[in-house]
Design a binder for this molecule. Sequence first.
Ligand SMILES: O=C(O)CCC(=O)C(=O)O
Ligand SMILES: [Fe+2]
Length: 254
Amino acid sequence: MGKPKPPKPSKNQPKEPKEPEQEIPKWPPLRPSPPKAHTLSLTPLLPSHIYTTTGLLPAPLCKAYVSFLSSLQLSTTPVQRGKDYAARVNDRFQVWDPGFARVLWEGTALRELVLSFLSEDGKEEGEGGEDGEGNMWDGVPIGLNPNIRVYRYSKGQFFAKHYDDSNTLTLPPSSQKFHTTWTLLIYLSTCTGGETVFYPEPTRENRSPEPISVAPRVGMALLHRHGESCLLHEGREVTGGEKWVLRSDLVVSR
Ligand SMILES: O=C(O)CCC(=O)C(=O)O
Ligand SMILES: [Fe+2]
């Protein structure tokens, strides 16, 4: 299946002790309303691997969210190094919230942008088989992972190089198994430093590909493929301001 990969330095699925179930926050409404899909686009930075959308969320909405999220109890991740850990230094909050995952999927342009972009090579929507086989989302996109994560990086904080795993999940009451195939990052602030940087693997045609760097911009979304095809990536150290990120994943059925 996949091409051989160099040894992975770490994964970002640390086997953390199970935290007590987090109370669902009263997320502020999406106001002002996020722009409609026809005014936006998914821009390929590396086709089939990395896409960004500028202005998925309006800046005042992001500001309201940052202010709200600042009131939540965030926990600082310790520096951990080892086989199963990515050194990850940020303040984070994590909650299982299917309702908010739906709000982000349906209340923004994400759903439409993703569904209208089933293949990077310009194939028509729906191509790639009913079961989504062969399309770049690796299945039929059905929504976002209810496992919502919030990151705050202050000056000096970072997320060391790692790969993101694909996960299998069920969405009760159905017992059907779904899969996460792409990571979603929504930047809620603009900061200095803090770039999300990807390291494409060398190919025969390009033996030393340039890293691809994405500077956080308020309201911008980034989607990158994870699991088997995940590129090595990191969140560089923040050197000024705060970097706020909403993290989820694209969920597909197969
Ligand atoms: O914050 C970033 O720029 C990267 C975050 C990340 O890699 C992750 O959540 O797995
Ligand atoms: Fe990651």
